[in-house]
Design a protein around this ligand. Structure first.
Ligand SMILES: Cc1cc2nc3c(=O)[nH]c(=O)nc-3n(C[C@H](O)[C@H](O)[C@H](O)COP(=O)(O)OP(=O)(O)OC[C@H]3O[C@@H](n4cnc5c(N)ncnc54)[C@H](O)[C@@H]3O)c2cc1C
Length: 540
């Protein structure tokens, strides 16, 4: 216990839902202790998020929970199910947004997209975060914060006992959701399209087997003359939820579904969207929320970092809200670790906002575009982005900051992941190698430290890297194909990473390419020291 404070911890996380717990887990993976305080008495009770992108699954794989998530998903959802549109469930699909969740994308990653609802995912995040040393306090609120040049002081209070404690942390992460009090206290505005519907999520029970068995449908957008929204279905098709965003005439819809909403309205809407007037339905719960598409103008104020829905709110069209927050956490965790260890300069933390803000804004805009196209075509389109391929959003987002040594001035914000080929700022591509006779994805080589991976003739870079890492104190994994038990059986690694056989790539602990050398020209420890200094924001 420090003088004057009850608890001292490197990182305090306010909000212990999907993003707060992911942050604690990823920090723990990098050896950083954190304390999470969460207002609720336990993990999520409502399903909310379920679509887990390939990128989030890659992140989960890096911390050892991919298989648990896949096993839970198999129990809960039809695998590879798609996203379709229909006037009513009984009437069948009239639009196919994603026919099969994993068709045409399996080769891009060692893992797949899955559906797993938030209330099933969060216990796994909690257990894993705790096993990585995080402390979670439920039924505990953060009631005040204050920051100074050296850290953040907070008061936390247990909701039942009323007991308060003071916490001193070097950094605070606000993962306190869309209505983030911390963001508001910091005076950070949300910018974008604002809220455009007072929506409801109706959780209900009904026997839906005859409509769903044998079909690959996880999400069905309901485009009925009387209501627009979407269903999401879990096995064994005895319960589901229906989101309703608008009602009435689709050309001039009522966007305030929430006010005056009753159990009778819920029953009627569920039956209408199913398309069977007398089907037995039990309403279990109704959640009221606002469909919003906004991004915080800043993701950092001093020692406080804003992540997840607190930093960006988007409609669920696309299924990206929670995924985007997990990626915020993944971007931040290794940076905190290196700064707290004194290996990187504090300025490395500024790359969080530089990298994540444009990507979050793009994702928010694309979710908005899909909302307009799928749910409320009456909305004005003048300020709407053209749709971008889902894969660009999920795997192809690009980081542009001093944390990357860019090639050329105009790196785009997103790229088709099939075409990025190791370009600095992009996610390092998945490529199957052999390690000690076993198949291993390149992605599995990058999970914790910075990694310099050289093609078969890249020995000069490996030697330089070992010397440069020693000088800088940076834990750096140095690997070369043909050595370290690693073999490129298909002979395509260099091409997949845009290298010649004597080239190499430097990958960050979050699996993003920081720098590459196409061939061995200029290979020296001095050059690599300069590269590391620049990426770690160190002056000398
Ligand atoms: C119907 C629906 C479907 C969705 N589907 C998907 C999907 O398929 N895929 C996807 O990625 N996303 C989806 N989303 C979005 C996803 O649910 C959110 O993006 C995600 O929950 C954000 O997580 P978060 O941790 O940032 O915020 P939240 O889940 O809002 O958590 C914030 C937490 O902070 C706590 N808190 C706030 N203030 C304090 C305080 N002062 N002290 C202590 N605790 C505090 C709150 O109690 C809360 O638990 C969906 C959303 C909805 C509504």
């Amino acid at each position: 216990m420090s003088r004057g404070h009850d608890i001292e911890v490197p990182v305090l996380i306010v909000g212990g839902s999907m993003v707060g717990m992911s942050t604690a887990l990823l920090l723990g993976h990098h050896g950083v202790r954190s304390l999470v305080v969460e207002h609720h008495r336990g993990t999520a009770i409502h399903p909310r998020a379920a679509s887990v992108t390939q990128r989030t699954m890659e992140i989960f794989r890096s911390v050892g929970i991919e298989q648990t998530v896949r096993t839970k998903s198999e129990a809960q959802f039809v695998q590879d199910a798609g996203v379709v549109g229909a006037e009513t469930l009984a009437g069948g699909a009239t639009a196919h947004y994603i026919a099969n969740f994993n068709d045409g994308i399996r080769d891009l990653s060692p893992t797949v997209r899955v559906f797993l609802s938030q209330n099933a995912l969060e216990p796994t995040l909690k257990e894993s975060a705790e096993s990585h040393g995080a402390e979670m306090r439920f039924a505990t609120e953060c009631v005040s914060i204050e920051q100074d040049a050296a850290g953040v002081s907070a008061v936390i209070r247990h909701r039942d006992s009323g007991e308060s404690q003071t916490v001193r942390a070097q950094y605070l992460i606000a993962a306190d959701g869309a209505h983030s009090r911390i963001r508001q206290q910091l005076g950070v505005r949300m910018l974008g399209h604002g809220s455009f519907s007072k929506s409801v999520t109706i959780y209900f029970r009904a026997n839906l087997r005859s409509f769903l068995e044998g079909k690959l449908w996880a999400v069905v957008y309901a485009n009925h003359p009387q209501l627009r929204g979407f269903f999401r279905f879990e096995k064994p098709f005895e319960s589901a939820f229906l989101v309703v965003n608008t009602t009435g005439d689709a050309a001039r819809p009522n966007v305030n579904v929430s006010d005056g909403f009753t159990t009778e309205s819920a029953l009627e809407m569920v039956r209408t969207a199913i398309g069977v007037a007398d089907i037995p339905v039990t309403i279990e719960n109704v959640m009221h929320w606002r469909a919003t598409a906004d991004t915080a103008e800043r993701f950092r104020v001093g020692r406080i970092f804003i992540a997840g829905d607190a930093a960006h709110v988007m409609p669920p069209t696309g299924g990206w809200g929670g995924n985007t927050g997990v990626q915020d956490a993944h971007n931040l965790a290794w940076k905190f670790a290196l700064v707290l260890q004194g290996i990187a300069s504090e300025s490395l933390l500024s790359t969080y906002e530089a990298e994540r803000h444009p990507v979050a804004e793009l994702t928010v805009e694309q979710a908005y575009t899909r909302y307009v196209l799928r749910t409320d075509p009456s909305m004005p389109r003048g300020n709407m982005q053209a749709p971008v391929n889902d894969l660009d959003i999920e795997l192809g987002y690009v980081y542009r900051s001093p944390g990357v040594i860019a090639e050329g001035a105009d790196t785009p914000l997103h790229l088709n992941p099939r075409e990025s080929r190791g370009l600095p700022g992009t996610r390092a591509p998945h490529y199957w190698l052999q390690r000690d006779g076993q198949q291993v994805s390149t992605l599995d080589l990058f999970a914790r430290n910075f990694t310099l991976l050289a093609a078969t003739d890249g020995q000069p870079w490996c030697e330089s890297a070992i010397r440069a890492a020693k000088d800088s104190g940076l834990p750096l994994t140095v690997l070369r194909l043909g050595l370290n038990g690693l073999r490129d059986a298909q002979g395509g690694f260099a091409a997949a990473y845009g290298l010649e056989p004597s080239g190499c790539v430097l990958v960050r602990p979050d699996g993003f390419v920081a720098w590459r050398a196409i061939n061995s020209t200029g290979a020296s420890a001095a050059r690599l020291s300069e590269v590391l200094r620049s990426i770690l924001s160190r002056n000398s």
